[in-house]
Unconditional design. Structure first.
Lengths: 113, 114
């Protein structure tokens, strides 16, 4: 069964460094999402992406964040200058249609020191 | 704005006992409703969803949920808990109109006792 994959599974970085989290959505899916889950808190929506542009973004998704689909398969989340509070599990999801079920990847645990 | 409340951050059940996880939502119109499960060190896996039609929805692993519009609820049940059901369960909603983000509840961690 097709699945969303994410790399790396764990990322440790120093505060102020840039990180890129990578996702490979399910191949025929057209809608892509990033969510995050700070330890002990709710899963929160960050951004949705369709047709090579952002469809919607949350208040969390400020200028430090960006997303890109650099080729036909990858979907990336970049954090330009990481802060301690960016430490979280980041989940990528994809869907065929925007009204369809979102399928989640296993997540990348980001730790900012 | 939509919101989701899951009553009880932790639930402990005995193996073979009923599992009941509560979810209430707030939305101006009935949304799409989902339950996801997260096993340790894994991502979110869809258990079941309600979009339209029959209000009792059956999902994987013997779980089911019933949409009750009058109560704005979408509680998840399983008649007989299995050790493998130990996980965290998330209720989520998504609007039917424009905007396709999922809004999650706080999650309920289920512990199954032998």
């Amino acid at each position: 069964e097709p699945e969303v994959t994410q790399t790396p599974s764990h990322q440790v970085t120093q505060m102020g460094q840039e990180v890129i989290l990578r996702c490979v959505p399910i191949s025929n899916h057209l809608y892509f999402y990033w969510y995050r889950q700070i330890l002990g808190q709710k899963v929160e929506f960050l951004v949705s992406f369709y047709n090579n542009e952002i469809s919607e973004k949350s208040e969390i998704f400020d200028d430090q964040f960006s997303v890109e689909r650099p080729d036909g398969s990858n979907f990336t989340l970049k954090i330009r200058s990481t802060k301690l509070e960016d430490s979280a599990m980041y989940f990528c999801a994809s869907a065929v249609e925007d009204t369809d079920t979102q399928y989640f990847g296993p997540g990348t645990r980001l730790t900012v020191l | 704005a939509q919101s989701v409340t899951q009553l009880g951050s932790h639930v402990s059940v005995s193996e073979g006992a009923l599992v009941l996880l509560r979810c209430n939502y707030s939305s101006s119109v009935p949304p799409y409703l989902f339950w996801y499960v997260q096993y340790p060190n894994q991502g979110l896996q869809l258990l079941l969803k309600y979009t339209t039609g029959a209000t009792l929805v059956k999902g994987i692993n013997g779980f089911e949920a019933e949409f009750k519009k009058s109560e704005t609820s979408f509680h998840l049940t399983k008649p007989s808990a299995h050790m493998s059901d130990a996980a965290e369960y998330f209720c989520a909603v998504r609007g039917r109109a424009a905007g396709n983000k999922l809004t999650f509840g706080g999650g309920t961690r289920v512990l199954v006792k032998p």
